[in-house]
Design a protein around this ligand. Structure first.
Ligand code: ADP
Length: 468
């Protein structure tokens, strides 16, 4: 609408200003030329000293009327001495003399001593008048009045006006049609985008737009689609996580409930059996605690900002973690071998790095055989520090390798559960490693078992002291 209003204003200006300006120009030039014509005639008449009708007629007949419609010459009282529109004054003066006065305002002004000229435009015609005094020795001895009627220039002006009007009309129609068309197309596309936003906002994440063309609206539609893609993926991950988490929590709770009910409902239960059941309830409760702790750890990784990081020696932390897990390894009959190189610093927090080492080494012990081995090594590789944990354990089938880092994913559910696993340990490892700019992979180890490698950007202390 505002676009149309601007156009309307421009068209009105285009229709009025040039016409008015050319009218003014013509008026000015007409006035000037008439004034000078009147002055020329007045100067010819000045020679006569005193004006009489005959003398004036004689002089005037010698002058060129220059296409003027009417020329009047009056004496100082305004009495007409010569009128170019009257062909034979002698014939008219038969009988009693007729005195005619030219009492036009131009004549009155000229008799008072001023040159005047007027122009007006009406009915396709320019009508211009001019008058000037005839002065002899400082005395006004008469006035000359001329009238010009110009239809040629009038019709030229009219043509200009009409041409402008037709051009404006065409422009107005084209503009109106184009604006309506454009705004309809644009508003339809905006409305489609709005509708799509509303639909996705209501939870239908599968809705997509069809981008048409390559303009900004199409780009907007493309951006909207990729945003919705991400939203859909996030939503799916969230849903899966919530359902997996509730399932994981439900299982130990159901066992606890079953065991407690059995104790309550069985009369005179064997005390050894009761102890057994209560022991089971205890271990299920422990599992619940582990799951919630792991869930909390993951939530913390998702939502908490990165804490302050320091240069941490990966070899030292790995050594400490292995020492912590030694009793577990002994109980499982697994030997842990290490090859920890010095000067392997990374920017991290010690808690996070311990968590990574702990989960990897614990898994290598958990999914191992009695008499098996775990190999932990830390070394530098270019500008990276690598932490490798290999084992001679059960190994991971090729097809499961990419999925082991997913939340709640377990290759062998029963074994994981029996070993007290939650299915979250490797997710925590992956999220923590990524948080510190690193990466982690799992692959089979030859001849048996599996090999987990975590890589971190190496920290190069400018001063050795600062790193420690
Ligand atoms: P869990 O608590 O079950 O150990 P993780 O996320 O730590 O969960 O590991 C996911 C799954 O990957 C485990 O259930 C197990 O099947 C497999 N896995 C992890 N580490 C090893 C390993 N060193 N050897 C064989 N399988 C492993």
């Amino acid at each position: 609408m505002s676009y149309l209003v601007i156009f309307a204003v421009v068209l009105v200006l285009m229709n009025t200003y040039p016409v008015l300006a050319s009218q003014d120009l013509l008026f000015a030039s007409k006035r000037d030329s008439l004034k000078s014509q009147a002055a020329v005639m007045a100067s010819a008449l000045m020679e006569l000293e005193s004006l009489s009708a005959d003398q004036v007629a004689r002089v005037m007949n010698m002058l060129d009327s220059m296409g003027l419609k009417r020329i009047l010459v009056t004496d100082p009282s305004g009495l007409i001495l010569y009128d170019s529109t009257v062909q034979h004054p002698e014939e008219e003066t038969e009988g009693p003399p007729q005195y005619r006065y030219a009492l036009y305002q131009e004549v009155v002004a000229a008799l008072r001593g001023s040159d005047v000229a007027y122009s007006r435009y009406a009915n396709r015609t320019f009508t211009s008048t001019a008058a000037c005094p005839i002065v002899y020795r400082g005395m006004v001895i008469g006035a000359i009045y001329i009238l010009e009627v110009d239809e040629v220039q009038g019709s030229l002006l009219l043509n200009l006006q009409e041409n402008l009007r037709s051009i404006s009309l065409v422009i107005a129609v084209v503009t109106l049609v184009m604006s309506t068309l454009f705004s309809k197309v644009l508003t339809a596309r905006i409305a489609a985008l709005l509708r799509a936003i509303r639909i996705v906002g209501e939870g239908e994440y599968g809705h997509r737009l069809q981008p048409v063309g390559r303009d900004e609206m199409a780009q907007l539609a493309g951006e909207f689609n990729s945003l919705t893609d991400r939203l859909q993926t996030t939503e799916e991950v969230r849903r899966r996580f919530v359902s997996d988490a509730s399932h994981e929590l439900k299982t130990p709770l159901a066992s606890i409930r079953l065991l407690a009910d059995s104790i309550l409902q069985t009369d005179e239960m064997d005390p050894a059996m009761v102890r057994d059941f209560v022991g089971d309830i205890g271990s299920e409760a422990e599992r619940l605690t582990r799951i919630t702790e792991h869930l909390l750890a993951l939530t913390r990784l998702d939502s908490l900002p990165e804490g302050e990081r320091w240069a941490v020696d990966v070899s030292q932390v790995t050594e400490r973690t292995i020492a912590l897990l030694q009793p577990v390894a002994d109980a499982a009959g697994v030997t842990v071998e290490r090859n920890l190189k010095p000067d392997c610093f990374i920017l991290c927090t010690e808690d996070d790095l311990s968590q990574i080492c702990f989960n990897l080494v614990e898994n290598a012990i958990k999914y191992n055989y009695d008499g098996g081995k775990v190999f932990a090594s830390v070394y530098r590789d270019g500008d990276q520090v690598l932490l490798e944990v290999g084992d001679t354990g059960v190994g991971i089938p090729e097809e499961d390798l990419p999925k082991v880092f997913n939340r709640f994913y377990r290759v062998d559910k029963a074994r994981s559960r029996a070993a007290g696993g939650t299915g979250l340990g490797l997710s925590i490892v992956r999220d923590t490693v990524r948080r510190h700019g690193g990466w982690v992979t799992a692959r089979p180890r030859s001849p048996e078992g599996s090999l987990f490698t975590a890589g971190f950007p190496r920290y190069l202390p400018t001063e050795k002291g600062a790193a420690q």
